[in-house]
Design a protein around this ligand. Sequence first.
Ligand SMILES: [Zn+2]
Length: 400
Amino acid sequence: MTVWDDLVGQDRVTAQLTAAARDAHAYVKAVTGGEEPELAGSSMTHAWLFTGPPGSGGATAARAFAAALQCVSPDLALGGSPGCGFCDGCHTSLVGTHADVEVIRTDLLTIGVKETRELVRRAQLSPAGGRWQVIVMEDADRLTEGAGNVLLKAVEEPAPRTVWLLCAPSTEDALPTIRSRCRHLALRTPPVDAVADVLVRRDGVEPDVARAAAQATQGHIGRARRIATDEATRARRAAVLAIPARLTDVGGCLRAAQELVDAAAADAKQLAEERDEKETEELRAALGGAEGRRLPRGTAGAMKELEDRQKRRATRTQRDALDLALTDLTAFYRDVLARQFGSGVALAGGESAAAIERLAAASRPEQTLRRMEAILACREALDRNVAPLLAVEAMTMALR
Ligand SMILES: [Zn+2]
């Protein structure tokens, strides 16, 4: 087992990161030995941008690289490859407790100037463990322009042992100024077989279930794992895939839209209940407001700030849940289209194969394309903050 094991179907990226980690270790060794080595010209650099379709593992790659940079395996001295997966450096990096690895994962729609400034300040500190100070930013596409400019300075003039690992869906999602200063690593959608293999090996899923889940999600590992292991996720997906057949009249369209939005809202509410209350209690306690007692004066602002944050997070959770449903619907119509063009590819739908066949026979490819466009338009409307129900209703009407 090594730190790269969770990186499925990304041999080229793994090779590149391994080479970088090797050079990084040589650099640290030289510095420790009193030399003044140069990073320029080596495989290692201070700023990296990981891109890839959702689920391809950009964040996983970044975390594996962070671990390899902190690897302290005794085998390194014998020419071993960094990222053993066993040593203290690898282990603590992967579980998120290494003092010099910070993972920024936001559940908000944007990352603002204030938190970025604070992050940049911490990034300038020397690594406590004497190796690298690593900052993994999982949602670099969510940086506001102002925050991007703050980060830009840090990326342009990094502290000697600071490494920025930024993740975004595509290079277009990263601010151009930042993008141009990062070394870019593009992950590909992992092959269905590789995903199925991981589910069997790591999660103990039955081979045929693993294969169906991998195929249904087209290489999105996290989602494939949830479908293969979580009953509620499977049920929700089945409900989404049953929608196309129900869109026969206006009433059916409006009902389906309402259900989609309600399901997403219920998802958001459940997650919020799990997290908000605990957070609020923790903050109350931190502010000195013991149970049942009034909060000290001057702390209302902090409580309000938390409340606002929780509200924005609920918005994002609901949007993510809707987005997932739209992804499943898109896959459904893509299968319909494949059938209409007589392609022999395996259907992603699996359980909805009969519905796919029926719709393929009963409609024309142009109609299917129009329907896929309607889903895309719904996505774009949601991105523009159109009220979810309005956007989804417009979509289901167009899917009729
Ligand atoms: Zn190690």
